[in-house]
Ligand binder design. Sequence first.
Ligand SMILES: [Zn+2]
Ligand SMILES: [Zn+2]
Length: 329
Amino acid sequence: MNNKRSLILILDMLAGHWAEGSESPVTRLPYPNVKGYEKAGLLPNFGDSIKNGIYVNVWNMGNCNTPYGQKYLASGTYQTDSAPGIDPYWSMVRGLDKETILQACKRTYPGGKVASFGSDAWMQTGWWKGVECTMGWGSYYSDFLTSQNAFHWMMGNPDWSTVLLYLAQYDMTGNCPVYTEGAEYTKDKHHSLLQLDRYLWMVKTFLKEQGWWDDTYLFIGSDHGCHVGCNVAVEEGRERGVAEADLANYCSNHQSPYDCYIWDFEKNQATDKRSDCCRRTTFIVTGGALPREQYGRVVGNAEIIDFAPTIADAMGVDFKTDGKSILGR
Ligand SMILES: [Zn+2]
Ligand SMILES: [Zn+2]
């Protein structure tokens, strides 16, 4: 019997770290990313999670798009038997070829409920499908309402053991300015990131108010980052007709190639320093269940496939994977 619970919070497109020396000329900050913004004092709730948790410098070394990124997070492997080219969005229709961490939690603790909630509908098709309940609302449904629906279900099912909360709205800031004065959430990357910090506050406050914090692990992860201030962002911006003067303040999406180079806007050319924007994902472990001696740890180098095995390790779940738990590293 396990008396620990897991809340898995997936924030789409959230870069966790950024290349040294790559900074936005508009904000005078590194381009939006968790570690850089936290250092600048802009993300108090991520900061609290890093201080009272484990921060992992993590990379997606596979395909940096949403369906593949989610698959790596949920399965702990880059390789599954899926035929290349098959759209992983439709994995459930075709059948999963690898057990997911949610399924493994249910197999190990059949008495604990497993559910998932997301502000986009694709998650219903497989890699994050819950067992007792799966709710995915279409087309960037409100992150706020998605969270409220998850909270409501948890209050009605206090015997929950694993809940997945996937928030997609940050991914709307795919082709947009990095910073616009007074922009609303979803209109630029800067304000969207500040909003994610408030959602993190909401999740943590909810767990604490319900008295669940002390026996819950909170795993925060993301599937990919995005191109900003690199050769790919500049080339894409030009192709889309973004004015030359605005290219330094333009985030393109997270298309391939994922290996890219920091752009020098003064010389108007690529440098030879790797940026690799899309590969810079997020991974933080916090929550009251995390042993105190783990607080404040920093893991210098890990991969996205280490996310699921870390959950398995924390929860005492036997799980076949190519990744490794970061708890003992
Ligand atoms: Zn994504
Ligand atoms: Zn890039």
